[in-house]
Design a protein. Sequence first.
Length: 485
Amino acid sequence: MARRTMSLLPHWSSRVFSVELNGTPFYFSTQEKHRGEEVPRVFRENDGRCYSLLVCSSDTIRRAKFYAELKDKLLTNLPPECHLSPMCSFLPNIKDSLLKGYFLKDTSECSSLTERLLRDLTQRDPVLVCSYLRGETGGVWTQHLWSDGDNHTMQMPKDYYVLPAEAPEHHPSTLNIINSDVFYSFEEAYQVLEKCGDIIPEARAVLELLPSREEARRKPDFPVIVIEGLDATGKTTLTESLRDALGASLLRSPPHCLSPMRARFDREPPLIRRAFYALGNYITAEQIGQEGMKTPVIVDRFWHSTAAYAIATAVSGPVCNLPAEGSEVYCWPSDLLQPSLVVCLTLDPEERRRRLRDRGQGKTEEEQELDHNQLFRLKVEKAYQRISGPACVTVDASPPADQVLQQVLLLIRGKCHLEGAAERRKALHEIIKDPAGMQQHSSRRPILIRHQWECMDSGQGKQPGASHTPGELHLLSLYTVASLC
């Protein structure tokens, strides 16, 4: 802990601190000399004693778990006159510089109980404590950085003066999103669960289910269509209808094999929970690669959902706090299979809530937040829209289900050149009856016919359009029909 604290000291006066009051962040910084600046908003009209607690540890797992437990620990043990507010400290525009914690105002008559608890925390836990003192004139506040409990001989710097700071160009929570709230590689997510194996037995079970990196990005022969959207927008109905209309395979993310472990990981801090769901996408990608060798694939949710919910949760405040469009946080992982088309269903909020009430099923914490927090819903929808490579195509899910299906089928045909199963069967039956008509149907480019036609041309060293024997055509037709049935 001492080493971690000392590593922060050289840039301590460059740090900005943010305290969130009623959902609004207020910023302040520190400097070694007093220059007569006004008092930061968070310290105005304050008759109590103030403290800040920042969680800092080079062990990312320990840091994440302790921060998740810290609020309950403080609320349980502090006097009732103490008030907590979320806070953080960061170096502007420096990635991974964000430290999370809490700002504490103590209005009790005696601060001894509070300070004893905070001192105990510095001795046992990865927390950095500062106290704030008001000058005799009332117009000056200073920050005092406490020494680590495990190293009382460590020389701490002199007190710093506190002054207001401008809001940063980018919301501070965006500094730590990459490979913390959203994962962009198999390896980064894998390492998180690997480190958790000793404290979370289910983490080992997840690692045993994982595919190789090559399997996770294997490009399938047939189109992959992902259907995204908030709960109760009609994803299940649409994906099942698309499966029937296209003769496709239907997969869901997270994959079924992770269902027994979801409840366990949903109780974990964001770092561990997000790594679990990120690895679920790689398992789904392996399944897509396998099914996509035989038929088109429809996927109910994929990386867009994982990223959009995580970004909206990590970034507090209004929609404008989200990373700007084009930010790297919206970029698709380079080692994850990319779908051919992503459709995002949207629905009027009132209609979506009505459907959820009628459904009457249990919901995750984030899904409950969607119901009660319009701001969170708007952030999720905006994050969906900004994800690139591939981007979402938005479809209004308000019309009857059959109309939504027809609209999405038109998108699929335009983007993927993919005809419906009934149309393909009709063309194939015509081929079986009249093998000489293969060339005619190939020009229509149904995806299954084209794929097998090109494979046979390549396998026998013939140029596209070269003649085939009736036996070749018959075998090709039977093979393709079998893959449809």
